[in-house]
Design a protein around this ligand. Sequence first.
Ligand SMILES: Nc1ncnc2c1ncn2[C@@H]1O[C@H](COP(=O)(O)OP(=O)(O)OP(=O)(O)O)[C@@H](O)[C@H]1O
Ligand SMILES: [Mg+2]
Length: 601
Amino acid sequence: MKVNWDEFEDADAFLDEVKIGWHQRGDGFFGPSGEAAAVWAEVFAVYASSAVSGGVPDGSTGTLLRTSELRVDWTAALVEEIRRSLARLVSPFQDHDGLHAEFRILLDLPSAFGVASGFVEPSDEFSDPPYRLDASISPNGAARIQLGGTELQSSARQVTLANSDGALPLRCGPFELRLSVWNRDAGSLKELADGSETVKSLRSTLDDIAGISVYRDGFKVLPYGERGDDWLGLDLRRVQSPTRRVSNNQVVGYVSISRDHNPELLDQTNREGFVETDAVGDLRSAVRQLLAILENERYASRPRRTRKQRGGLLDRVDLTELRDAIAEAIPRDERIKAIVTDLQRELDERDERVGEVLARYHRLATLGQLVDRVIHELGQPLAAIRQASTLAAEDLDAWDPKELNDVGESMAKSLRKRVNVILKQVGVAGDVVRRIAPLGSRRRGRPLEYEIEEAIRDAVELLSDEAKKVGAKIVLPDTRTMVTIDGAELQEVLVNLLTNSLHWLKRVDRSERVIAFEVERNSDGSVALTIEDSGPGVPESDREMIFEPYFTTREDGVGLGLSIAGEIVTDYYGGELELLPPGPLGGARFRATMRRRVGSG
Ligand SMILES: Nc1ncnc2c1ncn2[C@@H]1O[C@H](COP(=O)(O)OP(=O)(O)OP(=O)(O)O)[C@@H](O)[C@H]1O
Ligand SMILES: [Mg+2]
């Protein structure tokens, strides 16, 4: 086939008028002693010594592209660019199994570009990442993970990934994943730069190579991971949590799949990526879950900015020393003295303005957190209200007035139950609002005397649909502990803890999903409420952070549940919410100790 690019340049011609010449050649050309084989042999002979791992291909299949009669001269920069974009086509997994080893790209250039000639290897720029994760994911979602990099201690772990509906197994099938994350701040890049590179040039190289690519049997599936393609929605996700999450332009990642093992990942006919199916949703979700693990490790390992450093930003820039030095060196020059004085005044003014702007942002940030909290805590009661009133309406619709005498009593009972739920949840919702209005001064709900075990049963009842879906066995306490506390407040604590357990239980086998509650009155009168699950538990590295607002390892999490629950236990009951070492169920075990308002009467 022969393409003359000049003809594409003719502005008057339509695309279908451009002629592309091709003709078919037979065995004589392509056969073992044909012309094509001779070309391959000649090329391979030259580059045999630069052969990449896996050896030189035999040349029996392949595509040869030759360019001649150039209109623009190649420059070193252009060669570099073409080499880099070709490198993106080569799967970095080729050393992994023999499978992909046959796909090679060979660049045969005029001698002036000698060093760039040879087999194109996957990009080795940025080959030593500060944070790196390698994972091998089996069809049932079990992931073997290896963490490492120059900034992370290397470690291995196993997790089970849930699919995008939170169930098992993954519909996308097994895959391999490699992720590297880079810091883009000037300080980190400066450390990477060698002589010829600048922070700016490194950033632009990173822009070029960043993205998460997908290879099927060693071939790149477009457009995943092309420059600017953000198929995992990383940038959007980062908006929620900019210090913890990474953006698309600081991740270099590779996913390896195969036609045989991932039959559900089908290409669109226009080669614009996969057909959107559940399988693709699962792949996205699984890669995001794995990235979240790396992000959390990175977050935990990065030095936090301390308050002192932040104060330093607003320290006045003081020019006194400079003024004194000038006064000593050139005592008579009033002009320079005046300039320095003006400069000092100007700096002071700006300093003040920066302070004002920061204070304004700080207020906004606080407000933002408040809004997040309201949304977080109102969601549950509103869902319960919606459900109870829908069911009540259905009950009413099914109610034939003529049969009133027969079914009236049971109808009334069932309606009464639903209305009770509605009233209670309206109370919870109202309480959330009351607590933050007027801003800051929290007013409490009215404490009632009742059994804490009843509050637990209520919370379990409220989430019974979800519990049924998950198939969790819930063990209720057999104690009876009278307290005088506000039920709505306690319910928020319980619902947050229970929601978490229900979520994480999905990571273990359905037959093993258990949640157990326990209530105990201590000798000092305080009450300890324990909830334990048989889920995966909290990894050692996260233990310190889970109570921090916005810390989350859930793909869909906000990270507010535990911080709100903890705050309620502290503020209202003078106690604390703690994560205990795993107990008999082996998963997460939380204990809320309540010291105030827990007497009976
Ligand atoms: N039962 C549990 N098992 C394992 N990990 C848990 C459990 N409960 C909490 N965690 C960990 O603590 C983190 C913080 O929990 P928290 O409830 O504060 O936020 P979240 O559940 O991630 O999001 P949301 O704001 O929607 O509640 C979770 O992301 C998870 O890593
Ligand atoms: Mg939660």
